[in-house]
Write a protein that binds this ligand. Structure first.
Ligand code: IMP
Length: 198
């Protein structure tokens, strides 16, 4: 499959930057939904896959281009997998500083020592004419720090410590380090492999 232009169907600057960086070596013109004034599609699905398909297909219909959407979230064991698909909306006023405080308070209220969590990411690539989607998934396991560390990344990065790292949070890592092990990096690596194979 040869893709010359790709729309990232997102208004999340953190996601757009990570995806754009990872696609930089592939000679694809990458633009975002923000650049094209496409709407921020409402996430009415109940799974990562439903929401990523919805965002990719809606944006492909409106732009007539290949569209790639990421739906992702943080799933916390002690909270039965929440906030999961609702991770963005979990943060009061969509402010992640408030979201992190809310999450740490909620975990503390469970009186559980279990701080295990994982990030999941489902990427959907929608074809501009058929609107058919290809799906790519990624996951990273880790645990949650008791307070924020680091100034990089976005969302819940300052409290997420991946199992495969050296004890630093995602927010303490470079773009490359995070993407080498992250849920999004892994899902995107599968998408890139599919381009190479076609
Ligand atoms: P959505 O996919 O637009 O519903 O948003 C996913 C939400 O999950 C983000 O707004 C963040 O709160 C969280 N999230 C997803 N991926 C990451 C990540 O790589 N780091 C930190 N938070 C993330």
């Amino acid at each position: 499959m040869v893709i010359k232009k790709l729309v990232i169907a997102s208004h999340n600057r953190g996601k757009i930057d990570e995806i754009t960086n990872l696609l930089a070596p592939y000679h694809i013109e990458v633009v975002s939904a923000v650049d094209l004034n496409l709407p921020d599609v409402e996430e009415t699905g109940t799974t990562f896959e439903e929401n990523s398909r919805l965002k990719a297909v809606t944006s492909a219909k409106l732009s007539g281009e290949y569209c790639l959407a990421d739906d992702s979230g943080l799933c916390v064991d002690a909270l039965g997998g929440r906030p999961g698909v609702y991770s963005a909306r979990y943060a009061p006023d969509r402010d992640f500083n408030k979201g992190i405080i809310k999450l740490l308070d909620e975990i503390e209220a469970t009186h559980s020592n279990n701080r295990k969590a994982h990030f999941s990411c489902v990427i959907a690539l929608a074809h501009p004419q058929t609107l058919a989607c290809q799906i790519f998934e990624g996951r990273v396991d880790g645990h949650l720090a008791t307070e924020k560390h680091g100034a990089g990344g976005f969302g819940y990065d300052p409290i997420f410590i991946p199992d495969e790292g050296d004890g630093r949070t995602f927010a303490e890592m470079s773009h490359e380090e995070k993407s080498g092990i992250s849920h999004r990096g892994r899902a995107l690596a599968k998408f890139i492999k599919s381009l190479d194979e076609a």
